[in-house]
Design a protein. Structure first.
Length: 356
């Protein structure tokens, strides 16, 4: 494991032998329940890592050790909102029930958190999954929302240690849609970083998220009300064209223009996430020669059939006003899945690497 600059000291947590054994058994049972094929010895080893803040820091956050704060002074924090795998007839009723009893503030949607080069996700097995952005695939993304930029050095020195300790606590909890869920987890992580997202209904992003309760999240069209008209973006190219057409407005500093831009960018990053996921699955299927069996895949994964048309951005040309309006996140060091980063020098990377 790589050190993150804390020297040889361990993160401080209180340990009592009896309580420690109870916690270990709890996590071992969770591991065996979610992955019965794992041996008892391996389950116990994994459980110790899940309960050790230092191991979590070294194993899952080592990506931050590679960051040069002079080139990457800021880490962008994003909220990733995704659809749950609920059948449509049940969704509106459960959404309203969750909000009525004050459990799911955003309705029945899944939330994860991106912090610079990593994505934090509390899964239904009850474990915090921390993975690099380059490994993160999401077929069900509905919105990818910019929350705040935080100082890289400040995150390392003030937020990382308490975050690792809290992650060990969440690894002991049992996941429940109504009593303890992913929204509670992301809220707890945001509180550590002193970030309070504004996703109320009087904000464009909040209005969109809250509208999801009445829509089929598995196949949602992105709709956008502008100048008294309702625009629908059924594919990435339509979104790009709209943004280029109204570029002058979207660069204004007025609160309304900035809210509109933020919502449109949230849509754009969804197209990119789904495109990445579709492209990687398509490559994997080619490798295993199963392209002819697409109809056997789960519905959300069959998007690979239409991915090139629906998810791919507008092709960039030498002419101004072409290509993806919000740019290809693959050129950024945190989301680099191609060789495009090699064409950028260090100064250019310093300008764009945290702007996904």
């Amino acid at each position: 494991p790589m050190s993150l600059g804390f020297g040889s000291r361990s993160l401080q947590t209180k340990k009592e032998p009896g309580m420690a054994n109870d916690k270990l058994r709890c996590v071992v049972n969770k591991i065996k329940k979610s992955s019965p094929e794992i041996s008892d010895e391996q389950a116990k080893k994994d459980a110790k890592d899940y309960l050790d803040p230092t191991s979590i820091q070294d194993i899952y956050f080592f990506h931050l050790n590679d960051l040069d704060e002079t080139k990457k002074p800021k880490l962008r924090v994003k909220l990733i909102v995704s659809a749950l795998g609920l059948k449509q007839p049940k969704r509106p009723l459960l959404n309203r029930l969750g909000k009525t009893i004050g459990i799911s503030e955003l309705g029945l949607v899944h939330t994860a958190l991106q912090i610079g080069p990593v994505v934090l996700d509390w899964d239904t097995a009850g474990f915090v999954v921390v993975q690099p952005t380059t490994d993160y695939n999401n077929f069900r993304a509905l919105a990818v929302i910019d929350l705040q930029d935080i100082d890289t050095v400040q995150f390392r020195n003030e937020y990382l240690e308490p975050m690792c300790i809290r992650i060990t606590e969440w690894n002991l909890k049992a996941y429940s849609v109504f009593t303890k869920n992913c929204q509670d987890f992301t809220k707890a992580m945001l509180e550590i970083m002193k970030i309070k997202p504004n996703l109320t209904r009087d904000h464009k992003l909040g209005e969109f998220i809250h509208s999801l309760e009445d829509l089929d999240q598995r196949n949602i069209p992105f709709t956008f009300r502008f100048a008294g008209e309702l625009f629908t973006f059924s594919n990435h190219r339509e979104l790009d064209q709209f943004c280029w057409n109204y570029h002058t407005y979207l660069t204004k500093s007025t609160p309304e223009a900035q809210q509109d831009r933020a919502l449109l960018k949230a849509f754009d990053r969804v197209f990119w996430l789904r495109y990445y996921a579709a492209s990687e699955l398509k490559d994997e299927m080619h490798r295993h020669d199963v392209m002819s069996k697409c109809q056997c895949l789960p519905a959300e994964k069959r998007v690979i059939i239409d991915a090139d048309f629906n998810l791919k951005p507008t092709e960039e040309t030498p002419l101004p006003g072409t290509g993806c309006y919000f740019h290809d996140p693959a050129i950024h060091s945190f989301w680099n899945r191609s060789s495009k980063e090699a064409s950028l020098d260090d100064e250019e990377l310093a300008d764009v690497n945290h702007n996904f």
